[in-house]
Design a protein around this ligand. Structure first.
Ligand SMILES: *Cc1c(COP(=O)(O)O)cnc(C)c1O
Length: 350
């Protein structure tokens, strides 16, 4: 703390990202990155941008990327927003859409950035407990709110809420925005983007960090009614005119255009997930049903923190959360078949 700080800074509780270790030999299954690289076409598109044009600012509207997203999802470009990672897109949504005279609702077990943004923007929050099976109970959200946000599939549980339940949420709160954070939707869910023309209060965010394997590039998107997108644009243009650089715009657009590579690598992750679930169950773990590129598992007879530490000693890192309700779970990212085998082998000895 310093006298130079604006007073509110001392009360901020920042997000703590998963570890990015400097050692490279580790089997890194802790931050839900994709084990397969980005599309070769995306890499080529980024490399083609590394030239003398870098002296010029990028397109402030990222039109090329918005067009690629609009084409991919069959929507109009004025229904698309793009930002520097979906974390930034989410921040603008909290800032521009969730500051009203009621609490923002989200599940008690969900993405831990949500309470951080509430703190940053002074938004009142109400955490709604998941049910005993760690599922979202739609009825619990039928109360006055400034908005509703949840990841789908949920993080860190991996559990999917079907589209008909999302429609019930949208119908139950027609006067506030329902934000579906689809960071993991491509690993086994149906996107709610199919509903944006029907529900003007629906905003869907996605990231290129997980299913498109571009966590290092920092690109996220939002799709929704043009009025919602305009709020995000107004915030963005009051904050940073150029959140996406030239490489990011080109690489992200090419990643959306390369459907074959995307579908193939998603399918590989999904198949590996089924193998990891079977392997964990074989070792006595209970695994929540996952539609994501990670699984959330607990062992009835073994302490999760001890397991995480034991894995680490063997060079395998997974994510463990201290939050009481989930303190006995491990969140394990799906890796390559070799990495997954290394995980199961290491667990067998613990
Ligand atoms: C990874 C993740 C994000 C953030 O993605 P970035 O685009 O890398 O900022 C957002 N929401 C959830 C639930 C995530 O797991």
């Amino acid at each position: 703390m310093s006298k130079f700080w604006s007073p509110f800074v001392k009360d901020l509780v920042p997000y703590v990202p998963g570890e990015q270790p400097k050692l490279s030999k580790l089997v890194k299954l802790n931050t839900n990155e994709n084990p397969y690289g980005p599309s070769p076409k995306a890499i080529a598109a980024m490399q083609a941008e590394v030239n003398d044009n870098l002296r010029l600012y990028p397109d402030p509207n990222s039109d090329r990327l918005k067009q690629a997203v609009a084409d991919y999802y069959g929507v109009q470009t004025n229904q698309v927003f793009v930002g520097n990672g979906s974390d930034e897109v989410l921040a603008h949504a909290f800032h521009g859409l969730f500051q009203h005279d009621a609490p923002l609702l989200f599940p008690d077990i969900s993405y831990s950035f949500y309470p951080v943004y509430c703190g940053l923007y002074g938004i009142e929050q109400q955490q709604v407990p998941l049910d005993e099976q760690f599922q979202i109970r739609v009825e619990d959200y039928a109360r006055p709110n400034a908005g509703i946000i949840f990841p789908n599939p949920n993080a860190p549980t991996g559990c999917l809420l079907p589209l008909d339940a999302i429609e019930r949420l949208l119908q139950g709160s027609p006067d506030s925005v329902v934000l579906v954070d689809e960071a993991y939707i491509d690993f086994g869910g149906q996107t709610a983007i199919a509903l944006v023309d029907k529900y003007p209060n629906l905003l869907v965010t996605q990231t290129l960090s997980k299913s498109r394997s571009l966590a290092g590039l920092r690109v996220g998107i939002a799709v929704g009614h043009p009025d919602l997108i305009e709020a995000l644009e107004r915030i963005k243009n009051s904050f940073n005119s150029y959140p996406l650089d030239r490489m990011a715009i080109a690489g992200a657009a090419a990643a959306f255009e390369d459907r074959d590579y995307f579908e193939k690598t998603c399918q590989q992750v999904i198949e590996s997930r089924e193998a990891v679930v079977a392997g964990l169950q074989g070792l006595g773990f209970e695994v929540l049903p996952s539609a994501a590129n990670f699984v959330f598992a607990r062992h009835p007879g073994k302490d999760a923190a001890t397991l995480a530490a034991g894995l680490r000693e063997q060079g395998v890192i997974v994510r463990h959360f201290k939050q009481q309700r989930i303190a006995q779970f491990l969140r394990i990212t799906i890796g390559t078949p070799e990495q997954n085998q290394a995980l199961l082998d290491a667990l067998r000895g613990l």
